[in-house]
Design a protein around this ligand. Structure first.
Ligand code: S3P
Length: 425
């Protein structure tokens, strides 16, 4: 099956996009580790997060859906599951759960789909092994984790990675020793924010996080804001499709996730951020994108952690900008749900856009994309959604393969876009 997006517009409307994926995974895992009840509202019910819900249940917590996006989790002592835990397509689910299991005196085997089984895991098994976890397997899933009896760690990561940081912190909940993670610049801090809300002591200083003495978790209520990584697709479409005005309500605007929006504003985007408020310790706002003339910019490498999942859609915005957009520091894109650097280059080439990679730098020459291509997504949801957005504003339609993978992070994406006026079929 394929999906095709055809020149559309104008796109108009106020929409809500699903809950943040990173926060949704964490709410389920922390709820499962906590004493007492956790009620979650606005949980992303995409395949990635549903795999984490099933995993937390298999590990011994009560996990129950009580309504649309409404879930109740009752933590309990974790037990060794009989069957392997299948994290599907989700690197976040796998890496965070491996950390959480490492901190408990249990054994669990982790696996996933073909994409997840090809992604590197040494980045978490390395530090967790240093803390005393024993593993069976190598750098790739399936891997068996033998948890419990952990010591401490003072871990310095060369690249900022919230997944690695979170795996270590979650494992550290089961240790009484010093647990410190140092990053060159802070990665997304949802684990820290939520651990604090669940009653865990921790301190932060720039890119350094240190667990305190009080590490027990108490269940609490979590409201999940709209995912800025999902909102990026309709908002960029609002910028590139002539005459459009699209508003996304209640979007997470945590500065450690806002790199795309900062970049689009530098490119000349008419992007308004209104009604700023705090929800559960996270900053939230309504964002409105109006069709804009965009100009190429240089995006520095140190911005990458705050927009790591947004380069495919930024590359599409860049294809419509005047001049060159230069994006530095993209090495991590090679080990995401697909080799995203290669997938972006191939997709842009298929749609008649000039782009090149020079080491970890991507350069896109903007203009008026011809479109017309069949884009191979390599099973990557964000590649699929990005190139559909390109098709809405290009001369000829853009077609993507494996569109079912969009459900990993953005269920309801196609009808939501159609409701704005997008021609996708
Ligand atoms: C995530 C962290 C990022 C991001 C992923 C979600 C998280 O990965 O790409 O989609 O929820 O912690 P890295 O930690 O590998 O950068």
């Amino acid at each position: 099956m394929t999906l095709q997006a055809t020149a559309s517009g104008p796109l108009r409307g106020r929409i809500k996009v699903p809950g943040d994926k990173s926060i949704s995974h964490r709410a389920l895992i922390l709820g499962g580790l906590a004493e007492g009840e956790t009620r979650i509202e606005g949980l992303l019910e995409g395949d990635d997060v549903l795999a984490t819900a099933a995993a937390v249940r298999a590990l011994g917590a009560e996990v129950e859906r009580t309504g649309e996006g409404a879930w109740r989790v009752r933590g309990g002592p974790w037990t060794s599951p009989e069957a392997p835990i299948d994290c599907g397509n989700s690197g976040t689910g796998a890496r965070l759960l491996m950390g959480a299991v490492a901190g408990r005196p249990i054994t669990a085997t982790f696996t996933g789909d073909e994409s997840l089984r090809s992604r590197p895991m040494k980045r978490v098994t390395g530090p967790l092994g240093e803390m005393g976890t024993r593993f069976e397997g190598g750098d790739r899933l399936p891997i068996t984790v033998h948890g419990g009896g952990l010591g401490g760690i003072d871990f310095e990561n060369a690249t900022a990675s919230a997944q690695v940081k979170s795996a270590i912190l979650l494992a550290g909940l089961g240790s009484a020793a010093d647990v410190i993670v140092r990053e060159p610049r802070p990665s997304r801090d949802h684990s820290e924010n939520m651990l604090a809300a669940f009653g865990c002591e921790l301190t932060r200083d720039g890119g350094t996080v240190r667990l305190g003495a009080q590490r027990g978790l108490r269940g609490t209520d979590v409201v999940v804001p709209a995912d800025p990584s999902s909102a990026a697709f309709p908002l960029v479409a609002g910028l590139i499709v002539r005459g459009s005005e699209v508003t996304v309500e209640g979007m997470l605007v945590n500065p450690l996730r806002a790199g795309l929006y900062e970049t689009l504003i530098e490119m000349g985007a008419d992007l308004r951020i209104e009604n700023r408020r705090a929800v559960n310790g996270e900053a939230v706002a309504d964002l409105t994108a109006r069709a804009s003339r965009l100009y190429g910019v240089t995006v520095p490498a140190d911005r990458a952690p705050s927009m790591i999942d947004e380069y495919p859609i930024l590359a599409v915005a860049a294809a419509f900008a005047e001049g060159e957009t230069v994006m530095h520091g993209l090495g991590e894109l090679r080990v995401k749900e697909s080799d995203r650097l290669a997938a972006i280059l191939a997709g842009l080439a298929a749609c008649g856009v000039d782009a090149r990679a020079d080491g970890d730098t991507l350069v896109v020459t903007g203009g008026a994309p011809a479109g017309g291509g069949l884009v191979t997504t390599h099973g990557d949801h964000r590649i699929a959604m990005s190139f559909l957005m390109l098709g809405l504003a290009a001369r000829d339609a853009a077609t993507v393969d494996e569109p079912h993978m969009i459900a990993t992070s953005f269920p309801g994406f196609v009808p939501l876009m159609q409701g704005l006026g997008a021609r996708i079929a």
